[in-house]
Write a protein that binds this ligand. Structure first.
Ligand code: SAM
Length: 473
């Protein structure tokens, strides 16, 4: 039986869930042997898959769509918790292991009728700031939603009133008022910084407080009684995927010998074996589904396509699907550093936030293979995590030739020209080089494409925003 149930809920934000689980897995055994983790998926748009894990993790998914159902999600967590004490927290917070250890050591001395808020190191600067740097004394803060509570006492004298579900706000403060009316006390544990907060709010939802404010006022006037009825929604336990049941990764349908061979030569192993996606599908990209791709695949029927600059996989997946549509047993080699381009790395740019990150590491590769697996094209895609220039050299060295090469990596003039030259060497006669972003927004791309076309003596065909050159036979 665990001593402590750690409970959190989430709506979307799959990378935060993945980071949280990855972090929990790094906690010392002395802590992990005493705690269970309960995650409630509050009807996220895309259900997540959860891989094998060494932590005691239970996941439940609410399948009734109710906006702002924190009350229901937290109540559901309380009902499934096995420990006597629960630690409720928000998914964008991270507990430090030392103070967590201190909590576990103190549990036996805690008062069941006291709810313990915990001092936080609060930061709204982004995940790179999930650090152990101390706060200055003036930074003392805590979060109303993050507390340690004795579960039998909480269920008897507290819980969340689900009348507040469906609208934003006041569910937490009302719960505290009910708790106080029932004789519950509150204390702030101030001896450590217990956790850190990234401060990522749920986007795109109505945050109007009006409805719940008047609901709370009416309930206070009526004497602070919780309304009857909890768990007013449908929910289901989520099966964690174990190493042997990797349905999506094993969904290699017809064997594709070209793909298998390229996988062996470029990766040495099947990189999809045992991979379980925990991200939601996210095919955000640019000009990924251009009609020229389909026409070229239909005409050339390439057994190898090289996509240079793949981002989250938009163009790669579309090309793999085009192979499927035209019944070509081909493979897309997906070349990318998976670090993002200049414009995705400049913190002043709006595009920075498009990349999920963990401790400063872009998680583009994880998002990419997640998308490939979720879209069912893993039997047609071989990723090659390398700079475009070195990848071209490697592919040339091992004798790969492609019937279609799509160039969409760096958009700087000299990089585009270098990529065009390097990949021209491994383009099969009669094959097509297709570049993205022939557009005045990218003057460097236009200049490089024009110069390259003059250099090889073949005119460009522009199908905005793609620039296209066919290699003479
Ligand atoms: C515009 S995005 C590609 C968009 C993608 N084709 C789509 O359909 O959405 C550019 C990608 O090129 C990659 N990249 C930039 N410079 C690179 C380089 N020198 N070598 C390899 N990849 C690079 C970045 O990591 C980024 O993922």
């Amino acid at each position: 039986m665990p001593n402590l149930s750690i409970i959190s809920h989430f709506y979307n934000q799959p990378h935060l869930v993945q980071e949280q689980i990855a972090y929990w897995e790094t906690l010392p055994d002395a802590i992990l042997s005493q705690v269970e983790f309960i995650l409630i998926d509050d009807c996220s748009e895309q259900p997540l898959l959860y891989g094998p894990t060494r932590i005691d993790l239970k996941v439940f998914r609410i399948v009734t769509q109710i906006a702002w159902n924190q009350p229901g999600a937290r109540n559901l967590g309380s009902f499934h918790a096995r420990a006597e004490w629960a630690l409720f927290f928000d998914i964008d917070q991270r507990f430090y292991s030392e103070p967590l250890d201190a909590i576990l050591k103190n549990l036996a001395h805690m008062d069941p009728m006291t709810m313990y808020n915990l001092r936080s190191k609060k930061s709204r600067l982004g995940d790179q700031d999930w650090s152990d740097r101390p706060n200055s004394a003036s930074d003392l803060c805590f979060h109303l939603n993050t507390f340690l509570v004795n579960l039998p006492a909480f269920k008897l004298h507290g819980m969340y009133d689900e009348d507040f579900s469906g609208h934003y706000g006041y569910d937490d403060t009302y719960m505290l008022n009910v708790w106080a009316k029932q004789g519950g006390k509150r204390v702030l544990y101030n001896d450590h910084e217990y956790f850190n907060e990234v401060g990522i709010g749920t986007a795109g939802l109505d945050r109007d407080l009006g409805y719940n404010l008047s609901l709370a006022e009416n309930k206070v006037r009526a004497g602070l009684h919780n309304s009857s009825g909890v768990l007013r929604f449908a929910w289901e336990p989520v099966q964690l995927v174990t190493e042997r049941q990797t349905p999506l990764a094993d969904a290699h349908r017809d064997p594709n010998p070209t793909c298998r061979d390229l996988m062996r030569r470029l990766q040495g192993t099947d990189i999809y074996a045992g991979f379980v996606p925990t991200f939601a599908e996210d095919r955000q990209g640019w000009n990924s589904q251009h009609p020229a791709f389909d026409c070229i695949v239909a005409e050339v029927r390439p057994s190898v396509i090289i996509d240079v600059g793949v981002w989250k996989g938009g163009s790669t997946i579309y090309l793999a699907e085009a192979l499927e549509r035209h019944a070509v047993k081909g493979t897309v080699i997906a070349v990318d550093t998976f670090l993002g381009s200049l414009e995705h790395t400049d913190m002043a740019s709006d595009l920075v936030d498009l990349i999920p990150r963990r401790h400063g590491t872009p998680l583009l590769y994880e998002q990419f293979i997640t998308n490939v697996v979720r879209c069912g094209v893993s039997d047609r895609v071989v990723p090659l995590r390398q700079t475009s220039t070195l990848a071209a050299k490697l592919l040339q060295r091992i004798g790969v030739q492609a019937g279609l090469i799509h160039i969409d990596a760096s958009h700087e003039y000299d990089d585009v020209l270098k990529d065009a030259r390097a990949y021209w060497n491994i383009l099969a006669p009669g094959g097509y080089l297709v570049g993205d972003d022939y557009h005045p927004v990218w003057p460097g791309v236009m200049q490089a494409a024009d110069e390259f076309s003059a250099e090889v003596g073949v005119s460009l065909s522009i199908q905005t925003p793609k620039w296209i050159i066919q290699k003479p036979r």
